[in-house]
Design a protein around this ligand. Sequence first.
Ligand code: NI
Length: 218
Amino acid sequence: MNSISRTKEILTETEKFIRLHFESEGSGHDWWHIHRVRNLAVHIAEIENADLFIVELAALLHDLDDWKISGDKNLTQTRSWLKRFELSHEQIERVLVIIEEVSFKGAKVPTPTTTLEAAIVQDADRLDAIGAIGIARTFAYGGNKKRLLYHPDEKPQLHASFEEYQNTTASTISHFYEKLLLLKKRMNTKTAKEMAEKRHQFMETYLENFYAEWDGKI
Ligand code: NI
């Protein structure tokens, strides 16, 4: 089998596995989140001339061992999935490093990436966390964690450590200030920075309307 059909087969198999695994996920990390992140990542990778296979494979697997979902720091499921295929040690490590670097860890916690491919998957995941989709996902996540929509007396916290960020119980509107509105400035690639503009603007408008409706002004 030539290498193009081999990589295509790996991606097809991985898509099938992930689609089944995330089919009924109810916190905004369902299959369609993965699907959108994969498409965004491939789109950015084409423009930025990155390794398309590594980007697509990492995007498909990026939430499999995520702390919000399974919380496995050793990426055990991802590792064992990748070992099923004839991938080199280097290819497996590149995918694992991307996944380790993808997550947001708090407003004051830097999340640098070490490769172009990691920068792209991080950007794609963050684009899906903002804008109209980001708003829908963040309320789905908040509901899943039994959080309030909003509390007028609550002040958003800019978390200085990953642990603080993980343990927050703040309302979903606070989460906009603790993460969503910060992501535009934390995009890595030029392509993602441009795409983030409109999504960011929409969230600003959304919040204006939310407060106006809360106060019965509109
Ligand atoms: Ni994700």
